[in-house]
Design a protein around this ligand. Structure first.
Ligand code: SF4
Length: 341
């Protein structure tokens, strides 16, 4: 093979079968390799013991099977684990594994850093270092599952980065998660701070992924102060894109709302949220307990329950997401590759 060897993670089963066919190998051999890699979690051809030696050598010679390297792993008192991965294309990102009774969620990063600069978020203070390749997003799940043996039932794109600003790589990762690793689309949540075109494109996908939109305030000036980079994207255009998503998918979305003391937790904020969640938008509200970040001036609101009750009284569906992994800086908005908590 001439030039750089292709990365195995980007190949589909059909492509692999075609490669094998042109090399005079039967299709079932491609299937065997596929099972080793995607079902048994073995990515070293030398360990694919039921393949002929010549085929193992051929795989080694013609494909690359790069894996992420675990640089750091910290466990929280509540069982949450923060994983720092060195990625094949260079640099590192964090993923967070969150066990909760029978549910095991892996929160993955879609970019190295983030360009959005949400004022309350540690990742936003890093800026954007680079886009991740689709397979590097996928490998965070593959690594947690097969290299570390962690059970995973749900995946959320809520780690570092804005997934819809790395659209094609995220779509490639979603294809890998559903078609190769066997995750149901309903168990995968894509969380966005709001890219109208990306939301509309996502609505066209055949799979039914869960969509979460980070609203944080339904009052335009307040939202703009919290997410200055989103100033050029109006709340109306976002609401229209979200409504399109709901109508197209006949589905509900989730509005994420991090509750900050004396910033977005007053009666006027409840009223604005009530107005925002009106048909054709079908949305439930998820109130997030804020995780304080050193150097940032925000505090968690003591009105979390009260705010929830006010929304419920106005007929909204409102839940609370309490912080997980805060003691190891693995909570929402805390990912900034700190090695110690
Ligand atoms: S909250 Fe999300 S979009 Fe905003 S800076 Fe943090 S990672 Fe980026």
């Amino acid at each position: 093979m001439v030039g750089v060897k292709p990365v195995f993670w980007t190949a589909s089963l059909e492509e692999l079968k075609r490669e094998f066919d042109s090399a005079g190998l039967p299709a079932y051999r491609a299937q065997q390799v596929w099972q080793w890699v995607w079902q048994k979690g073995i990515a070293q051809p030398t360990q694919m013991t039921d393949l002929p030696q010549s085929l193992r050598q051929k795989l080694e010679a013609e494909w690359r099977f790069p894996l992420p390297r675990l640089l750091h792993r910290r466990s929280s008192q509540d069982g949450t684990q923060k994983l720092l991965w060195e990625l094949p294309e260079g640099g590192s990102v964090e993923s967070v594994w969150i066990p909760q009774r029978q549910r095991f969620t892996l929160c993955v990063s879609s970019q190295m850093g983030c360009s959005f600069n949400c004022r309350f978020c540690a990742t936003g203070q890093m800026g954007l270092e680079r886009q991740l390749k689709g397979y590097e997003i996928l490998l965070q799940v593959y690594g947690a599952k097969f290299l570390l043996g962690l059970p995973i039932t749900h995946i959320v794109f809520m780690g570092m980065g804005e997934p819809l600003l790395n659209y094609s790589a995220v779509m490639e990762a979603l294809t890998g998660l559903t078609q190769r690793m066997g995750f149901s689309a309903r168990r995968i949540t894509i969380s966005t701070v709001g890219i109208p075109k990306g939301i509309e494109r996502l609505a066209e996908r055949p799979e039914r992924f869960e969509l979460a939109f980070s609203l944080h305030s339904a009052i335009p000036e307040k939202r703009q102060a919290l997410i200055p980079t989103a100033a050029h994207i109006s709340l109306e255009s976002l609401r229209a894109a979200l409504a399109y998503y709901c109508q197209k998918r006949r589905d509900w979305i989730t509005l994420e709302y991090v509750l900050l003391a004396n910033i977005n937790d007053g009666p006027e904020d409840v009223a604005a949220l009530r107005d925002f969640v009106a048909p054709p938008l079908a949305a439930k509200v998820n109130l997030i307990e804020y995780n304080p970040t050193p150097g940032l001036p925000f505090r968690p609101s003591p009105r979390l329950k009260e705010f929830q009750r006010a929304l419920l009284r106005r007929g909204l569906i409102a839940t609370i997401r309490y912080s997980r992994g805060r003691d190891i800086a693995a909570g929402c908005g805390q990912l900034a590759r700190q090695l110690v908590s």
